[in-house]
Design a protein around this ligand. Structure first.
Ligand SMILES: *[C@@H]1O[C@H](CO)[C@@H](O)[C@H](O)[C@H]1NC(C)=O
Ligand SMILES: *[C@@H]1O[C@H](CO)[C@@H](O)[C@H](O)[C@H]1NC(C)=O
Length: 483
């Protein structure tokens, strides 16, 4: 045996440049034999680390925490250790009174319980931007609350970050205040890179307008490869929602997952990840998430050091040994759903489902009706106020144009992020919280900044547009400003 190994080895080394060249020509359609890829990676594998974060709470947002629990199972089956996976989730779903199966969370209609064994590192009010950044940077002294687990990584290590939530242009939601702004996230990634505490980092991001988090902001050379569920201007989509096919079991009444998220995870559940590259998964997830280019889909994007996508998924996610014979076949074995629900409407779907099913005149029906009305009145108030502020600042004709204009691809949303945050706080002072729905208007605030609007102009216009803050939990500022 030993006599055959040396020539094989030499052949392998000799063909490496050729293989790279072919990759350049042919994308990633060329597949290395699994032994070869194991050999190539074994020497510098380092430790695999992961941070998983669900940025929402509430049963109507079931899917984000469900996505994150599922991701945890993928990584554990792949061989990552619990001590290397840091989970951020509010943890109010498994035992919510609406959950028909207490203590169980599923991520697909016939899925297994993905809640089992998920560590409670950062839950409830400890799911904060500050703790997420501290955990990623491995800075224990910057933590407040939580398990104290951080990414204590070294220069040979690989880091995987997965985030699932609502978002808006330049912003990602959190179950606490403030939300996460793209500029702050990019800054933290730069600090992490400068600390020299990873070899490469992969970021998978599910949120509306998620492309805007990296577009024109994430430079090359940080050894970071990111993919996002949507481009910078569109929503991302919930899936396995009531009324869809396939739909959740009828007792659920909420979406079980998100389209991009279940696409990468259901692919990872099946395949031998030693032989599948990040690029191959990107192509597959892109196809499934575009949903046949229907109105119920979004454009998966990639950012940063794209050449990292030649790495095998194994480097980041490990691989489930029982999948060793399920190699990547280059086409979708997974059927896209018949339709999907815009992330921003998923809460209404839940309230409506609850209303529809509750017996006539029951307290439950009355409560559901109140929830629908409160959510709708918040939306109307936010939409109308911003439209009016646009007109007050720029006139009847130009106002609507400024609100919706989009910078060319490759440019960041805004030049002055402090201005963006200031205008958000000013708006919220007079008009109430933006909340998860209101994040969709972040581009309008950005455009105000890009047009030179200052806090004083914004305060004046906001005071004129909003004579009071509507009384409903969405508009309430009880948990603080979102910026
Ligand atoms: C860790 O966080 C603390 C508190 O925010 C800060 O003072 C310190 O500089 C940070 N340390 C490093 C190495 O970044
Ligand atoms: C994969 O296939 C090989 C060869 O048929 C077999 O020996 C091995 O047990 C299979 N692995 C799994 C996990 O089924």
């Amino acid at each position: 045996m030993a006599r055959f190994q040396l020539p094989t080895l030499l052949l392998l080394i000799a063909t490496v440049p050729l293989i790279s060249a072919l990759h350049d020509l042919a994308g990633d359609f060329l597949r290395l034999p699994s032994q070869a890829s194991t050999f190539l990676h074994d020497n510098n594998e380092g430790t695999r680390w992961a941070i998983l974060i669900a940025g929402s709470n509430g049963y109507w947002n079931y899917r984000h925490q469900s996505d994150v629990c599922h991701a945890y199972q993928v990584l554990r089956k792949g061989g990552l250790k619990e001590e290397n996976i840091i989970v951020f989730m509010y943890d109010d779903i498994a035992y919510d009174e609406e959950n028909p199966h207490p203590g169980v969370i599923i991520n697909s209609p016939n899925g297994e319980n993905v809640y089992k064994g998920v560590p409670k590192d950062y839950t409830g009010e400890d799911v904060t931007v500050g703790n997420f950044f501290a955990a990623l940077l491995g800075n224990k002294s910057a933590l407040t609350g939580g398990s104290g687990k951080v990414v204590d990584s070294g220069p040979n290590d690989h880091i995987f970050v997965y985030y699932s939530d609502h978002g808006g242009p330049g912003v990602l939601g959190m179950p606490t205040s403030p939300y996460m702004y793209a500029s702050d996230l990019i800054e933290v990634l730069k600090i992490k890179h400068a600390a020299g505490t990873y070899k490469s980092l992969v970021f998978y991001l599910e949120a509306c307008e998620s492309g805007s988090i990296f577009e024109g902001l994430l430079p090359e050379g940080l050894n970071i490869y990111a993919t996002t569920a949507a481009n910078a201007e569109e929503s991302s989509w919930g899936t396995y929602c009531p009324g869809e096919n396939p739909s959740p079991p009828p007792e659920y009444g909420t979406c079980l997952g998100d389209l991009y998220s279940v696409a990468w995870m259901e692919d990872s559940d099946k395949h031998n990840l030693q032989t599948e590259t990040l690029h191959q998964q990107y192509e597959l997830v892109k196809e499934r998430t575009s949903n046949g280019n229907s109105n119920y889909g979004s454009h998966v994007m990639q950012y940063g050091d794209i050449e990292l996508s030649r790495d095998s998924l194994f480097l980041y996610l490990g691989s489930n040994p029982s999948n060793e014979n399920f190699t990547f076949v280059g086409r979708n074995s997974l059927v896209p759903p018949s339709k999907a629900i815009n992330q921003r409407d998923a809460d209404l779907i839940h309230f409506w489902d609850k209303f529809r099913k509750a017996p006539q005149g029951s307290p439950r029906k009355i409560a559901a009706e109140k929830q629908v009305l409160e959510a709708m009145s918040h939306r109307l108030h936010i939409d109308d106020s911003i439209k009016l502020i646009g007109k007050l600042l720029f006139g009847m004709k130009k106002g609507p144009e400024v609100l919706t204009s989009v910078r060319p691809a490759g440019q960041p949303l805004v030049d002055d992020w402090d201005c963006l945050k200031t205008l958000v706080r000013t708006f919220e002072t007079y008009c109430g919280s933006l909340s998860q729905y209101g994040m969709k208007h972040m581009r309008s605030f950005a455009n105000f900044c890009n047009a030179g609007i200052h806090r004083e102009h914004m305060a004046e216009a906001s005071a004129q547009a909003c004579t009071n803050i509507p009384v409903n939990p969405w508009s309430s500022l009880h948990s603080g400003f979102s910026a």
